[in-house]
Write a protein that binds this ligand. Sequence first.
Ligand SMILES: [Zn+2]
Ligand SMILES: [Zn+2]
Length: 251
Amino acid sequence: MDNGNKIIFLGTNGWYDTDTGNTISILVDCRDYSIILDAGIGIYKLDKYIDFSKPAFLFLSHFHLDHLYGLHILNKFSFKKGLTIFGQEGTKGILDIIVNTPFSMPMDKLPYRTDVLEVPGETTALPFYSEVLPMEHTSPTLGLRIIVDDKIITYCPDTGLCSNALSLARNADILIAECAYRPGEIHNSWPHLNPESAASIAKESGAKNLFLVHFDASRYKDRESRVDAEKAAQKIFPAAIACFDGLTIGF
Ligand SMILES: [Zn+2]
Ligand SMILES: [Zn+2]
């Protein structure tokens, strides 16, 4: 089962940073690539874990700032084989604004080569299998399913319970899903998962496990509240785990 690969949860908060965690960013450290899921402030820890000699790929699920505001830290890193950022249609235009003066160092001044791909249109330019589908959120958002080193990894970022999340998670070896809301909490005007809905995606899709991330900073104020979420999820899907910053898993 274990290929010697790792997933490191760099940031596991939604919305803003707290003493419990930084905003969302996850490193998938595979044999041939480094794949980073979203660029919240947690991304600042990347150089503690990453092998910069591998080509790096950064997936941006959507343009809400808690998933983007670590982009101004990109000049801290030294990707020797370059960095490819991929996200939905419009990503190039957004990066041209945010990763540019006056907000941050312009992309073309970063100390390594960068490329931007808009998916699904340019999915085939990625060197690994990748599938994206729209999530249900207040801003257009893509969920991601990748296959690396024969493992299916699914990332369900900000979303309500939807069939696309189920589809991306089918038989996943590793399912990472957001959990912004507290147990039992639902707001149809601002869709997010709660522990139970995330667990139902894992159960119905046949995923092997479930890693909960993106705990809303105002709702999950301490570690105990995340443990409560884990317990609520485990009632539906026993292999559910609430993530904390720094958690590392092998795959
Ligand atoms: Zn978010
Ligand atoms: Zn969002």
